[in-house]
Design a protein around this ligand. Structure first.
Ligand SMILES: *[C@@H]1O[C@H](CO)[C@@H](O)[C@H](O)[C@H]1NC(C)=O
Ligand SMILES: *[C@@H]1O[C@H](CO)[C@@H](O)[C@H](O)[C@H]1NC(C)=O
Ligand SMILES: *[C@@H]1O[C@H](CO)[C@@H](O)[C@H](O)[C@H]1NC(C)=O
Ligand SMILES: *[C@@H]1O[C@H](CO)[C@@H](O)[C@H](O)[C@H]1NC(C)=O
Ligand SMILES: *[C@@H]1O[C@H](CO)[C@@H](O)[C@H](O)[C@H]1NC(C)=O
Length: 453
């Protein structure tokens, strides 16, 4: 009877563990010098983060339940996380700058949380690392285990090259998961395979600037942020301090916020947001409050919150009608905030909505003519909002631009840019023109072109 009880208890634990772990695998297979060929939105990365190294890119992927694959760009440290890869693995593009990785399904390990709750089974943390070999490229299998006591080794197999140098580095990183889960220590062993091609080392000699008669403006190091972060927001508060909030780093998405005091050059931690978020927007309202809206943290967020700098606290306000990230936000002359576009649950959005600070609610307004992400919005002197470029639903760079008229609540298409671009900047000049600069498109790559509206 007792053993039966234990058996059913174990079965229960196994089932709950399986449920808990179903979304998290422990292994990723590497495809060196390859990236996924992406033909439509279903295979676009759901997020781009910058990670220190490929290991942190893997951790970033494994920390997100829906992440199935990732691509790390060596030159830019860009880490693209993919949710649904379908059969993209059959369509790999050669790119010496990239390493792509797939989460290997079917091999699960108890997470630390599950291990501590089931001490009877905690010793079963062992990894079977199978090394897969593809026909043409070097294939490396990297194991990530979340048990603090287990160090996972990595086997590296090189199929064709005769000279193989294998370097193994072991490092630990602490990743704190959301408040409902315990802190997890991830030990990763990454094996790097160098094929027979010789590596050249370029020695950099420091060059002395030629003497100049005019002083060159310099950048000066100022105080460090308390938390390393990217894809956060920054807003200048009424008293001159600069508030940053949210974002992400190698450990995941952040709810922390801190402000910079220009007179002391230091950052001070302030109240934490109610939600972790990155790829959100921030808008300063006429009443002095700061509105942050949407963003991403494991899923698209529709929540919005207000920061009151006199109390240093965040309060949820009305939620957007549509959860979105990578949208744009513009403050209108009458005090309302317009958000437009961004990434929705399954698609890029053409939808737009208005936040009315006096009643603290969001109302759907007219759709843009085109769904977009990585676009820009500029409020013009005449009160219209100019939305420009970005990536369209097939990840195509957009030349299109459109104007929102707050008095009619409608969008009108306006002249196209000369070059389709996403990830660009847009700045309203003193003469009223809008300067659009740089960005990226799939044809021209990283752009140095600029144009005026
Ligand atoms: C997008 O591409 C995937 C894989 O190539 C394919 O299975 C899917 O049907 C495509 N979706 C659309 C909307 O074309
Ligand atoms: C900010 O908080 C202070 C202190 O509670 C309050 O007096 C003030 O009205 C708040 N500001 C706004 C715009 O709600
Ligand atoms: C701005 O206000 C905050 C309180 O919300 C305060 O802590 C900070 O020091 C102020 N900054 C400056 C530059 O006075
Ligand atoms: C915006 O477009 C979507 C489809 O893309 C549609 O379902 C929705 O009703 C439209 N909203 C408005 C306000 O026209
Ligand atoms: C601003 O104008 C829009 C119409 O475009 C309206 O829907 C919104 O309620 C106005 N906001 C305020 C604060 O009056």
């Amino acid at each position: 009877m007792a053993s039966r009880k234990i058996c059913s208890w174990l079965l229960f634990m196994i089932i709950t563990q399986t449920l808990a772990e179903d979304t998290r695998s422990v292994q990723m297979s590497l495809m060196i010098n390859s990236k996924f060929e992406c033909a439509n939105t279903t295979c676009l990365p759901f997020i781009n983060v910058f990670t220190l190294n490929i290991r942190n890119c893997q951790v970033a992927c494994l920390a997100q339940s829906q992440c199935n694959a990732a691509t790390f760009y060596r030159s830019t440290s860009n880490c693209e996380l993919f949710a649904d890869m379908l059969n993209q693995n059959g369509n790999m593009l050669v790119d010496v700058d990239t390493i792509s990785m797939n989460v290997i399904s079917g091999t699960r390990l108890p997470s630390k949380q599950a291990t501590t709750s089931t001490s009877a089974t905690s010793s079963s943390t062992s990894t079977v690392t199978s090394s897969t070999t593809t026909t043409t490229t070097t294939s490396t299998t990297t194991s990530i285990t979340s048990s603090s006591s287990t160090t996972t080794t990595t086997s590296t197999t090189t199929s064709s090259s005769s000279t193989t140098t294998t370097t193994s580095t072991t490092s630990s990183s602490s990743s704190t998961t959301t408040s409902t889960t315990a802190s997890t220590t991830t030990t990763t062993t990454t094996a790097t395979t160098t094929t027979s091609s010789s590596s050249t080392t370029t020695l950099k000699s420091s060059t002395t600037l030629s003497p100049s008669t005019t002083a060159i403006p310099r950048w000066t190091i100022t105080g460090n942020l308390n938390t390393a972060r990217t894809t956060h927001i920054a807003s200048t508060l009424a008293n001159g301090s600069v508030l940053v909030a949210g974002g992400a780093n190698g450990a995941g998405s952040l709810n922390s916020a801190e402000f910079y005091n220009p007179s002391t050059g230091t950052w001070t931690i302030t109240g934490i947001m109610n939600a972790q978020r990155y790829y959100h927007t921030a808008s300063t309202l006429a009443n002095g409050l700061l509105l942050v809206a949407g963003g991403y943290s494991g899923s698209n967020l529709n929540g919005a919150e207000l920061y009151n700098s006199s109390t240093s606290t965040w309060t949820f306000t009305g939620s957007m009608n549509i959860a979105r990230f990578l949208h744009v936000a513009s403050t209108l002359a009458n005090g309302s905030v317009l958000v437009a576009g961004g990434q929705g649950i399954n698609s890029f959005l053409n939808s737009a909505e208005l936040y009315n600070p006096s009643i603290r609610t969001w109302t759907i307004t007219a759709n843009m003519s085109i769904a977009r992400i990585y676009h820009t919005a500029s409020t013009l002197a005449n009160g219209l909002v100019l939305v420009v470029g970005g990536l369209g639903i097939t990840s195509n760079p957009l030349t299109s631009a459109e104007l929102y008229d707050p008095s009619t609540g409608t969008w009108t298409t306006t002249g196209n840019m000369n070059v389709g671009r996403g990830y660009q900047t847009a700045s309203v000049l003193a003469n009223g023109k809008v300067l659009v600069a740089g960005g990226y498109n799939s044809i021209g790559g990283y752009l140095n072109t600029a144009e005026l509206y």
